[in-house]
Design a protein around this ligand. Structure first.
Ligand code: SAM
Length: 246
């Protein structure tokens, strides 16, 4: 990472109230290198420039720590963190760099992306990151995965009603879906609120903010799992996207 990239990373994190240790900066630099190398070989992420990767992947992922919603996850009783639709490892890898103590499961339907995340987590020494390949609709019905997690984080995966259907089955009761999104319309929020109620959840917080240094609009939506998810959810592969609940 260039000195300019490092300054952007430190300034962006500081704007979020996070002071990075030299070891964390070192791991972000290593992640940047591995991501850039792998992107030259395969279609992993649209971002190629260091500035974009630092701000729009690294700092953007760290905004999932806003509000302390991920606190309390991790211990056996609380359950691990699932990153649903992690792609090239976002937000899972930046979160794991900040919180290497948290058991984190980056999940994606695309095997080559999950393999990249697995290799990268190993190279960075993030021993509590255990990626999973598959569709959320299928894994959300797997007895080993259903109800296993204390938190589900997700960034840039789907509209809120779809996320509610895909994510809530993975959560324990009392667990939280922390969805990082762009600006959210009142219609999407209304539909998401209704979908959450259908699958056993309630919207706990809607936190609009701007991304440090770029000014891009973002929203963190937090949904708590307050009751059981009916057995019929999630519906079979592709249906939540084709026919959202609301
Ligand atoms: N979260 C990453 C990020 O912010 O850079 C990736 C975002 S990318 C736009 C969406 C990812 O979600 C893709 O990698 C896709 O394979 C994955 N995805 C979408 N629907 C999924 C599903 N039902 N089950 C598993 N993965 C899914």
């Amino acid at each position: 990472m260039t000195p300019e990239g490092q300054t952007l990373l430190l300034d962006g994190a500081a704007a979020l109230g996070l002071a990075l240790t030299p070891e964390q900066v070192e791991r972000f630099a290593h992640l940047l290198l591995l991501l850039t190398e792998a992107s030259a070989q395969m279609n992993l992420t649209a971002l190629r420039e260091e500035r974009d990767i630092v701000l729009k992947h690294f700092v953007d992922s760290l905004t999932c720590l806003r509000g302390g919603w991920l606190d309390g996850a991790g211990p056996e009783a609380a359950g691990p963190v699932l990153d649903l639709g992690t792609g090239a490892g976002f937000p899972a890898l930046p979160l794991a760099i900040m919180r290497p103590d948290l058991p984190t499961v980056p999940l994606d339907a695309t095997r080559k992306k999950v393999e990249f995340v697995e290799r990268t987590a190993q190279a960075l020494g993030l021993a509590r990151v255990h990626p999973l390949v598959g569709r959320a609709e299928t894994l959300g019905r797997d007895p080993e995965q259903r109800g296993r997690y204390g938190r589900v984080v997700t960034r840039a995966v789907a509209a809120l009603p779809i996320l509610a259907e895909l994510a809530l089955p993975f959560l324990r009761e009392g667990g939280l879906l922390v969805a990082q999104k762009g600006p959210i319309t009142p219609e999407e929020l209304e539909a998401g609120t209704r979908a959450a109620a259908e699958v056993g959840g309630e919207v706990r917080a809607v936190d609009p903010f701007t991304l440090p240094l770029t000014g891009d609009a973002r929203t963190l939506v937090v949904i708590e799992k307050t009751g059981p998810t009916p057995e019929r959810y999630p519906r079979r592969e592709g249906v939540p996207n084709r026919k959202p609940l609301f």
